[in-house]
Design a binder for this molecule. Structure first.
Ligand SMILES: Cc1cc2nc3c(=O)[nH]c(=O)nc-3n(C[C@H](O)[C@H](O)[C@H](O)COP(=O)(O)O)c2cc1C
Length: 400
């Protein structure tokens, strides 16, 4: 379950050029189901108007510690008490300094001191301001208190110069929010390794054999595991998806590279979920130079050799292995055979024609000795949450 859905979140916007990006952040959080209260600092009100946030959240915007309408019910205390997460984005150098000094003469300062909720700070400023020892020192202080600092990233700044100081992207801030909210969830302390994408088996320096796997399923599983507190390694082939915030990303190309990465990453893991589409065969040799057309020949023959079966070959006592079976015929029978042959705790069977590259999926879950469980077609994010809930049950020592 996406922890943003129905979470109460305070977004505090401070005064910087990136204040306009906070509207996108607030909009995304609201669309994800969060109840968002917005605080605008004095500086922020110079850059963006409250009406924008009021329209996005359908709630009045909080501006002033001494506002009579909120302080009638001790507004700053209830904002601090009722929030699950305080996000400061963008965080100006001035606001970072004020937070680190515990200043409480404005609404944000008072809420930050009064709340027991986790705090996420996303700095955005000109690069000399960011690298100044004062700012660095204040951020170190905040981190020391358990505040999560996200970004800034490097790139072109409003000043026209290039350097560190760009506000982290909205997906990165949202990913960090999910991770912080998921901390302490049912899989806290558990280590899960997930594989994703189709392997690439080179023919020559510029060509490879692959398949249509998008990586969507594996990435969704990694996110769902982080949502419930797990520590996640995501072993991925090149895909066109953004990195999963909070996961350790391990990039691989071939099935052999994936086998090595799985071996390394599972050394201390509780669970391996193999959602990647691993090539059964690879070219016997990868040519060192680009293969040329041969004059007069209309066909070409490739010699292929078998790749190792990563799941079957991995013998780690105590590791819960979850596999995927993408089949076109006899789905349940073929998947059941793989479940038994590879010593899996669960296999997710799906029709390869519908599943690969699609944003949604319909699957059958098989576990040893149990009846198949049919899961209807749904978005891969929703399916991932169900799969991770089943993994939780397996970890608890029960069958799903
Ligand atoms: C045009 C302009 C752009 C600014 N951009 C930034 C910025 O990106 N980051 C920052 O830390 N301060 C920036 N400042 C300075 C802050 O607005 C200033 O320190 C202000 O007091 C911050 O107030 P606040 O922290 O209460 O929001 C900018 C100022 C101006 C006039």
């Amino acid at each position: 379950m996406n922890p943003l859905a129905s979470a109460s979140i305070v977004v505090a916007v401070s005064g910087g050029i990136a204040a306009y990006k906070a509207a996108d952040l607030v909009s995304s959080l609201t669309q994800a189901g969060a109840r968002v209260e917005v605080i605008l600092t004095r500086g922020a009100r110079e850059f963006i108007r409250p009406l924008t946030f009021q329209a996005l959240t359908h709630r009045p915007v909080h501006e002033d510690l001494f506002e009579p309408w909120t302080e009638a019910s001790l507004g700053h205390v209830s904002l601090a008490r009722d929030t699950a997460l305080l996000i400061v984005a963008p965080a100006s150098a001035n606001t970072i300094a004020r937070l680190a000094l515990g200043m409480a003469d404005d609404l944000l300062g008072a809420v930050a001191l009064a709340t027991g909720a986790p705090i996420l700070v996303a700095p955005a400023m000109e690069h000399h301001m960011f690298h100044h020892p004062a700012t660095r020192g204040h951020l170190t202080t905040l981190r020391g208190w358990g505040v999560t600092v996200i970004g800034p990233t490097s790139g072109r700044l409003a000043s026209g110069e290039t350097g560190d100081g760009r506000l982290a992207g909205v997906p990165e801030i949202i990913g960090a929010a999910r991770q912080v909210l998921g901390r302490g969830g049912p899989l806290a302390g558990r280590r899960i390794v997930v594989t994703a994408g189709g392997t690439r088996e080179p023919l020559d320096p510029v060509r490879y054999l692959t398949n249509g796997s998008s990586g969507l399923m594996g990435y969704a599983i990694a996110r769902a595991a982080i949502d419930v507190g797990a520590t996640v390694s995501l072993i991925s082939t090149p895909v066109v998806l953004p990195a999963v915030v909070g996961a350790e990303m391990v990039h691989v190309g071939t099935a052999l590279e994936m086998a090595t990465a799985v071996d390394e990453q599972t050394a201390r893991a509780d669970v391996l979920v193999m959602a990647a589409a691993v090539a059964d065969f690879r070219p016997a040799t990868a040519a060192a130079h680009k293969v040329k057309k041969q004059g007069g020949t209309a066909t070409m023959t490739l010699d292929l050799v078998l790749n190792p079966d990563i799941l079957a070959g991995l013998d780690r006592p105590g590791l819960i292995k979850v596999g995927f079976a993408a089949e076109t015929d006899d789905l349940v029978a073929n998947a059941r055979a793989k479940l038994d042959a590879k010593g899996l705790a669960m296999i997710v069977a799906n029709d390869a024609r519908d599943a690969i590259g699609s944003p949604d999926n319909e699957v059958v879950l098989l576990t040893p000795g149990a009846e198949p469980e049919y899961v209807p077609r749904m978005d891969k994010d929703d399916l991932a949450a169900i799969l991770i809930a089943r993994v939780g049950t397996l970890l608890a020592g029960n069958r799903p």
